[in-house]
Write a protein that binds this ligand. Structure first.
Ligand code: SAM
Length: 227
């Protein structure tokens, strides 16, 4: 049984997929998808030994070694050409780390893969990387679970170059259209956090005025676009 967060990621893996789950930890996602008969094969990539061993024992325990292979490797280096991976999941990390993994692992991409990305923060970095690397966002989800709000970004190779607006990069092109109440909750609390920072900076007296103005503009943008 997966968390709602991972189940939402799983929903975007197509039947018959050849999956690479990068930063797989316990390999819960590929194990679940293999048990459901959704995926043909999977790589569970991990750069840290502890989580890698978690993946190995989960895969062994579920007797799925012929479907899922755990590999100790940094980012996309877990993917080998013979794997013929067509779907890559990178979930449960910061957006900057996800972007770094994609950028430094470009040599391992055919650029035909579907990317299913779940950044915990810094979603704008991820969207900008997709835009700059000829991917188009095809779906987005936002959900609240256990006191956290998660975003899931699904991207396929772009047929035509896409250019997102500043607001779309920040808030998400599909999330902006959908205006899910969770999106409002997320940005209302981000706005409150910024207002708190602004207050503190103003009281500090010597805080840089330019930075205060930048945060005030950001509050204004959230107000205009979302609230
Ligand atoms: N993907 C799972 C999920 O969403 O539930 C596990 C997320 S866990 C919080 C993040 C995992 O990413 C950790 O196990 C960490 O070791 C792994 N990780 C971080 N950087 C990595 C990299 N460059 N390559 C592979 N795995 C990485």
């Amino acid at each position: 049984h997966l968390s709602n967060r991972l189940q939402t990621v799983a929903d975007f893996v197509k039947p018959g997929a050849r999956l690479a789950d990068i930063g797989s930890d316990h390999a819960y996602l590929p194990v679940h998808l293999a048990k459901q008969g959704v995926i043909k094969t999977a790589i569970a990539g991990e750069v840290v030994k502890g989580p890698y061993h978690n993946a190995v024992s989960e895969i062994d325990g579920e007797q799925l070694t012929d479907v899922i292979t755990a590999r100790l490797a940094d980012g996309l280096a877990a993917i080998q050409p013979d794997d013929q991976i067509d779907t890559i999941v990178i979930a449960g990390m910061g957006g900057t780390l996800i972007t770094n993994i994609l950028e430094s692992g470009k040599a391992h991409l055919t650029h035909h893969e579907r990317l299913i990305l779940q950044p915990n923060v810094g979603e704008d970095h991820v969207r900008r990387w997709l835009q700059d690397n000829h991917y188009q966002i095809v779906a987005e989800r936002i959900l609240a679970e256990d006191g956290h709000i998660y975003e899931i970004i699904v991207a396929d190779p772009a047929e035509h170059a896409v250019k997102y607006s500043v607001a779309e990069l920040k808030f998400g092109p599909f999330l902006l259209q959908e205006k899910n109440p969770v999106l409002t909750t997320k940005w209302r609390s981000e706005q409150a956090r910024l207002q708190q920072v602004i207050q503190t900076m103003k009281q500090a007296k010597n805080a840089p005025e330019a930075k205060i103005q930048e945060f005030e503009r950001e509050c204004q943008q959230i107000q205009e676009v979302i609230l």
